[in-house]
Write a protein that binds this ligand. Structure first.
Ligand code: NAD
Length: 549
């Protein structure tokens, strides 16, 4: 059967209530905007919305028929059953890809995935929270702008950014670079990925050779005009080539799927098709070839760093893989979270999102207008909303992202819930956030690298976060751990709330959103961050400041 990937829109309910209907529309949405929906893959090579099609279909059937007093249990993308709870309990709770410590290895993950025992939910794929590339465009744009402030007098005009990877997430880089007014060169081994980003307008131009690409970048730099250029090729070949020519980009990063040595990264010694066929015939050889190629790739990144480029790891585990491949100084490259975003996370300011479940773009515009007034003195929020309305096309259900913290998230959500109740908006709105948020993620090579108190690998925080959401009446609560190459590297928690205009939704939004950011502040206060102490004191967060005995 050929499947259609469309989201049901409008105000008609197929379920017994908006809490179930909202979650169902979000599941439809992650597939509608995903990279490979036929295989249920949303992004990052293997990040799936459900384990397989029978699991998907049963989830859909259950959401359509279940009562509000029941809770659907999902284990690694497979619906297990319903339990009787009560109308204040979550509609869905799920655990995706959590493996026991000593066994949490990529090889076991691939084996168990093949046997149909497990699937990886990425961060926002398996719990149906992905809103298309706006989230990652915004995150990448903020990183570029923080670099601009720190190194380039706040301005990236005439600056050259070199990167690779134009996939589900990485495809946001050219648009973010252009919005930051830089000249950005993006390398990808897959012709189709370049074509797709050109087609949707995220990429301006395609070059046919490295010479042509560099000439386009040079011209744009000289004219101080923003441009994004795509080039077909392997980053492990092209980065060293650019370095050997003595060209020093201003900023260098990478967003290939380096975390996954089998289903993600393509080694420099083979074509894309050869790598794809080795996935089935000799995954071990592919893993070792990928590791060797990544070592070469990261050695060139280190070369750029020594030559003066600002180089950073954008969360794809490329330094970790390179270190396994023998690059002893791979961690001289900083991770973006620690380098640029930690002061925000320490105040529990992070990527908050809302999605118009009716599909009404005017709902998002009305919320934009409200947010611009309500947060008029918050430059990060107002700047992004203005830029996003101009540059970022809606994908799937219209949605918006903004970096908001404790109290502000709740204020916005409650105001929106009132707008839904009073008929100002065309329909209910879902609220969610990235797992990469203050109290919600332990990832010692991304989110929690070099924490002040050494608590990088302690996974209690996301588990507490998820339990707190269950106790705070959230609509969907998820605990995820890494799969593929992320196996054993991370644990995180996700939450979704449906603002359907009801008083019950008001209560859920207030409890869950306030407790989420309270826990974020507590997590950073516990690790000794001054910003978190300040925020806890300013916003009456009841954190106990105990000194170790
Ligand atoms: P994806 O699998 O959709 O795309 C990866 C792209 O890399 C593909 O287009 C592929 O052709 C290309 N590629 C692979 N090997 C290459 C090579 N050697 N040279 C050039 N191109 C190559 O993955 P995605 O969703 O775009 O995610 C990319 C990575 O970023 C993942 O590791 C993901 O987990 C990570 N990520 C991190 C953050 C964050 O924390 N900031 C956010 C989103 C994604």
């Amino acid at each position: 059967m050929k499947r259609e990937f469309a989201v049901t829109t409008g105000s008609n309910l197929r379920c017994k209530g908006w809490r179930q209907e909202g979650l169902l529309r979000l599941l439809e949405n992650v597939l509608a905007v995903g990279e490979d929906p036929d295989n249920l893959v949303v992004y990052a090579a293997l990040g799936r919305a459900a384990r397989d099609w029978p699991s998907h279909d049963k989830i859909v059937e259950t959401l359509r028929t279940m009562d509000e007093e029941d809770t659907l249990i999902v284990q690694s993308g497979k619906p297990i059953g319903l339990i009787r709870t009560h109308a204040d309990a979550p509609i869905v709770i799920m655990a995706n890809c959590n493996m026991i410590g000593q066994w949490a290895k990529a090889e076991n993950f691939y084996d168990w995935e093949k046997k149909g025992l497990i699937c990886w939910g990425g961060l926002t794929a398996g719990d149906w929270q992905y809103i298309g590339s706006q989230g990652v465009i915004q995150g990448t744009y903020e990183i570029f702008m923080r670099i601009a402030e720190r190194h380039f007098h706040g301005d990236l005009k005439g600056r050259f950014i070199l990167t690779a990877g134009l996939g589900g997430m990485g495809g946001a880089q050219p648009l973010a670079g252009r919005m930051a007014e830089a000249a950005i060169l993006c390398i990808d081994v897959d012709e189709a990925r370049i074509a797709r980003r050109l087609e949707i307008g995220y990429l301006d131009e395609r070059a046919n050779s490295l010479d042509e690409a560099l000439a386009m970048i040079d011209k744009a730099r000289a004219e101080k005009k923003p441009i994004s250029v795509g080039l077909l090729g392997n980053a492990a070949t092209i980065y060293p080539d650019i370095l050997a020519r003595g060209i020093v980009p201003d900023i260098v990063t990478d967003q290939t799927s380096a975390h996954d040595l089998v289903y993600g990264y393509v080694p420099d010694t083979m074509t894309l098709d050869e790598a794809r066929s080795l996935r089935k015939t000799d995954p071990k050889r592919l893993m070792s070839e990928s590791t060797r190629s990544i070592a070469k790739h990261v050695t060139a990144m280190l070369g750029f760093q020594k030559a003066g480029s600002v180089v950073f790891d954008n969360g794809n585990l490329i330094r970790t893989q390179a270190k396994h491949g023998g690059v002893a100084d791979a961690f001289d490259i900083p991770i973006f979270t620690e380098a640029f975003l930690r002061p925000l996370f320490a105040r529990a300011i992070g990527p908050f999102r809302w999605i118009a479940l009716s599909n009404s773009t005017s709902d998002i515009k009305k919320i934009d207008e409200f947010a611009l007034k309500r947060f008029a003195d918050n430059k990060i929020v107002t700047n992004w909303i203005k830029l996003a309305s101009q540059y970022v096309p809606f994908e799937g259900l219209p949605a918006r992202i903004a970096w908001l913290g404790h109290g502000d998230r709740t204020a916005l959500a409650l105001a929106v819930n009132t707008m839904v109740r009073e008929g100002v908006l065309d329909g209910p709105v879902a609220f969610t956030r990235d797992h990469l948020d203050a109290g919600a993620m332990a990832h010692p090579n991304i989110m929690t690298e070099n924490m002040k108190d050494g608590s990088d690998a302690i996974a209690d925080w996301p588990l507490i976060n998820a339990m707190a959401h269950c106790a705070s009446k959230a609509d969907l609560v998820a605990i995820h751990s890494g799969g593929g190459g992320y196996s054993g590297y991370m644990t995180s928690a996700g939450v979704t709330l449906i603002a359907d205009g009801s008083r019950a939704a008001e209560e859920r939004l207030k409890l869950s959103l306030d407790n989420d950011t309270s826990l974020g502040i507590m997590r950073y206060a516990d690790a000794g961050y001054d910003e978190a102490y300040d925020e806890a004191a300013a916003k009456q967060v009841r954190h106990f400041r105990l000194t170790p005995a």
